[in-house]
Ligand binder design. Structure first.
Ligand code: GDP
Length: 194
């Protein structure tokens, strides 16, 4: 599979406003700065499709992209900003709950974690939430170029423990050198055409 076309569709705070329902969806979740925008850009081979390094405090929205005129890639607002207050966290939680309960077309969630860091409480909470809601997901370990191939399994171990996944289920990805892009495309292909 290859991504032949990628277009920005819309941004929204409330999934109820989405008028483009009907196509299958794959969502991308992860904490701010984990490399969500970079992964989307690399996947689509477009430099500026998703913005990188969004600043904390900016209104967080669901961003929807149409890929191959076949499915929607939904970029979920990043979580875990140290500076956000309780109210903002609650708003984020409600937004996620609302999205995950209403998105009937959602097939799979790509859960991004930085390969170098142990998953945070927020990562674990997202993981529990997806399991409770029975939503299929895959863990993507980002910034894999920062860790040599030989050392990766050592870094994956705590991620596996925290998120209850097996190392072979994790895709190591790098927006820098393209590591894991093929694996990610294969996963998407499988999810869409299973
Ligand atoms: P987002 O907030 O999750 O959308 O994260 P971004 O895609 O904006 O990335 C946050 C920072 O991490 C930026 O400075 C990126 O250049 C850097 N980054 C993202 N992905 C990679 C990667 O695969 N390798 C390296 N070395 N840096 C990355």
């Amino acid at each position: 599979m290859e991504i032949k076309s990628a277009d920005f569709v819309t941004s929204m705070a409330d999934y109820g406003d989405f008028t483009g329902k009907g196509l299958p969806q794959i969502a991308v979740a992860g904490k701010s700065n984990v490399g969500k925008s970079t992964l989307i850009n690399k996947l689509c081979r477009r430099n500026k499709l998703a913005r990188t390094s969004s600043t904390p405090g900016k209104t967080r929205l669901l961003n929807v992209f149409l890929l191959n005129e076949e499915f929607h890639l939904v970029d979920l607002p990043g979580y875990g900003f140290a500076k956000v207050d309780k109210k903002e966290k609650q708003r984020w939680g409600q937004m996620m709950q609302d999205y995950f309960t209403k998105a009937d077309e959602l097939l799979h969630v790509l859960c991004l974690v930085d390969i170098r860091h142990e998953p945070t409480e927020d990562d674990k909470q997202m993981n529990r939430f997806l399991r409770e809601m029975d939503i299929p997901f895959s863990v993507i370990a980002t910034k894999a170029d920062k860790i040599s191939r030989g050392a990766r399994s050592k870094y994956l171990a705590p991620i596996c423990r925290a998120l209850s996944v097996q190392p072979w289920e994790i895709i190591c990805f790098s927006g820098e050198d393209g590591t894991g892009r093929e694996d990610l495309l294969n996963l998407i292909d499988k999810v869409l055409h299973a």
